[in-house]
Design a protein around this ligand. Structure first.
Ligand code: URA
Length: 434
């Protein structure tokens, strides 16, 4: 009989778990014999004490095998990508149809929002009719039929990871290299793709705020993939300011569709091309990331990626007509609060984390795991870091419905921005780990 107390004590005291006990723990969390509070206590112990390489591998495999693993028919070598979490990061919504339009199958397992960062599943759930949790058979059949599928954890797909993920979101146990690496890799293994591109975010709006830490996470993901027999490539990318002009679930869907239409903000398009190029390269459709990027640029500009998005929506219960005028069917907020510049200068700071926190406290994310989110909550960024502003210019607008925590959100937004000198430039791509 599994003893949760003794198990938690081992990690609390800085000890190590063997493979069998990690497996038993994951199984007990899944069947409910370990309570949420016990799993959360272990998460905090693991957060503080860490997991060594063998523990990480065993924990990852136990999570991946808590459901069934997708087995794509031989000959169907799918590629997948995963971000370590950012603010305004809507790239998955573009990349899945974009890369599938190149002829490479994409089998994508995603999660809901985590901490102050947004999650693909929450964004997709703002699309009327979209089915975001697919049973395994349907997931596989869809990848075979249209070349792509996106699903959250389901009863079949990494269900134990879903439990831990939900607990980490609300127990301050997210920014840990082994917990992030196992969470991501277990979903990648369950999703059945043969190779992965990791977008390791670095900066104020990421779980890894400094470059060395981000590099360590990138290396951990690449090493773990290799030890599990998978090819991968990690790009460390900037998350000092939010990506694009919108943060918030429904608004990010609308912005991603702009990018699929060959438009959208420059930084978002550029990151999609970079990650898409890396996926196409890793999947063997191009000789380098650069030529992969050129192929992706063509697919975006020719409308091929948008066409594939239409097929994806139809396959997962929504209508492709949604793409014509998405803002007409996406939920909209009733109230607005504007933040303006108090002097002339350049936008020196546009910190991503307080913006993500503001969206979260207004109901765009979860404070407790059973919370229902409001997809209409969003922040519009009227200018980006380094741009010139005049006193009185609009910097940010918050769109919301429930004013209960407006004061907190306003304080958070006020901390996010500062007008002053021109800030140092940060490139979008900070490093690459193969
Ligand atoms: N994305 C995940 O799926 N898990 C994490 O822990 C962080 C980002």
């Amino acid at each position: 009989m599994f003893n949760p107390l003794a198990f938690i004590e081992v990690k609390r005291n800085g000890g190590r778990h063997d493979e069998a006990s990690l497996k038993a723990f994951v199984a007990a969390v899944l069947d409910g014999s370990v309570a949420d509070y016990q799993a959360a206590a272990w998460l905090m112990a693991a957060f503080l004490r860490g997991l060594d390489e063998e523990e990480l591998r065993a924990f990852t495999l136990a999570l991946a095998d808590s459901g069934r693993r997708v087995l794509l028919p031989s000959g169907l070598q799918a590629v997948d990508k995963h971000s370590t979490g950012g603010v305004g990061d809507k790239t998955t919504l573009v990349l899945v149809p974009l890369v599938a339009a190149s002829g490479l199958p994409v089998a994508k397992l995603s999660g809901p929002g985590l901490g102050f960062t947004g999650g693909t599943v929450d964004k997709l759930e703002s699309i009327p009719g979209f089915r975001s949790h697919l049973p395994l058979d349907r997931f596989v059949a869809q990848v075979e039929r249209i070349g792509c599928a996106i699903s959250g954890h389901s009863l079949d797909l990494a269900p134990a990871e879903g439990r831990f993920y939900g607990l980490r979101d609300v127990t301050a146990t997210v920014p840990s290299i082994p917990l992030i690496a196992s969470s991501i890799m277990s979903k990648k293994l369950a999703g059945g793709a043969g190779s992965f591109v990791f977008d390791v975010k670095c900066g104020d709006g990421a779980f890894m705020t400094d470059l060395d830490e981000a590099r360590r996470l990138a290396k951990s993901l690449v090493d773990l993939s290799r030890s599990l027999g998978k090819r991968s490539l990690a790009l460390v990318t900037d998350m000092e300011q939010p990506l694009g002009q919108w943060v918030g679930n429904a608004s990010e869907v609308a912005e991603a569709i702009e990018v699929l239409k060959g438009k959208g903000p420059e930084d978002t398009r550029e990151l999609c091309l970079l990650l898409g190029g890396a996926m196409v390269f890793l999947g063997g459709r191009s000789e380098s990331v650069e030529t992969g990027k050129a192929l992706c640029r063509h697919l975006l500009d020719e409308g091929k990626a948008l066409e594939k998005m239409g097929q994806l929506l139809e396959a997962q219960g929504a209508s492709s007509r949604f793409l014509e005028e998405p803002e007409k069917s996406l939920p909209a907020a009733a109230k607005r609060f504007d933040l303006r510049a108090d002097r002339d200068g350049r936008l020196f700071r546009l910190a991503a984390r307080p913006i993500g926190e503001a969206v979260k406290v207004m109901g765009g994310g979860r404070m407790r795991k059973e919370d229902v989110i409001d997809p209409a909550v969003s922040v519009e960024l009227h200018c980006k870091r380094g741009e010139p502003v005049r006193a009185g210019d609009l910097l940010l607008s918050l769109y919301y419905n429930d004013p209960t925590r407006l004061e907190e959100a306003r304080n958070s937004l006020a901390q996010a921005v500062a007008v002053g000198e021109e800030p140092p430039r940060r490139p979008l791509l900070l490093d690459r780990v193969d």
